[in-house]
Design a protein. Structure first.
Length: 162
């Protein structure tokens, strides 16, 4: 097993990314705040996010097999079973030779039409945030190009799609 870092044209907010998940059986959308550098920040004040703040990213996962979200957070990342393979907070990662995908193959193997090759299309992605970790086994992900500028409006837009 190995962790591969994925670099996109944004960074996950290290303070309050507020990841939000909207899903049906076929597609899943992960919405969160990207890191925004304020050149005038004095280093003393704290900005509390609201649903109307700009700067969100929407990730769409097609054909996912399973997902989980929650613990650990950035302070307990070293308790995650993949930490020893290079798991890092505030980042996007892909797990190579995923034990989770192997577990899903084993679970599905009782189906009369099961073939291991059906699972070759899946990849294991990890989006590690400040207060939570989101993991998904999916065929791929894309970054939505036409997302709204704030969380509230984007949630409304995605809700109409699913």
């Amino acid at each position: 097993m190995k962790i591969e870092q994925i670099k996109e044209n944004f960074d996950i907010d290290i303070g309050a990314p507020m990841p939000t998940i909207l899903s049906n059986e076929y597609n899943l959308y992960l919405i969160f705040y990207a890191r925004k550098i304020n050149p005038n920040w004095d280093g003393k004040s704290v900005h509390v996010r609201s649903k109307k703040d700009p700067g969100i990213i929407t990730i769409k996962f097609d054909g996912f097999a399973q997902f989980k979200s929650g613990n650990p957070n950035d302070e307990t990342i070293d308790g995650h079973p993949l930490y020893e393979y290079g798991l890092e907070p505030y980042s996007i990662q892909k797990v190579i030779d995923s034990g989770w995908i192997k577990e899903l193959i084993k679970i599905n193997s009782v189906h009369p039409g099961h073939k291991d090759k059906y699972f070759e299309k899946y990849e294991h992605f990890i989006f590690f945030f400040h207060d939570s970790c989101f993991e998904i086994v999916a065929e791929e992900y894309t970054i939505e190009e036409n997302s709204e500028s704030n969380m509230k409006d984007e949630i409304r837009r995605i809700a109409e799609l699913i």
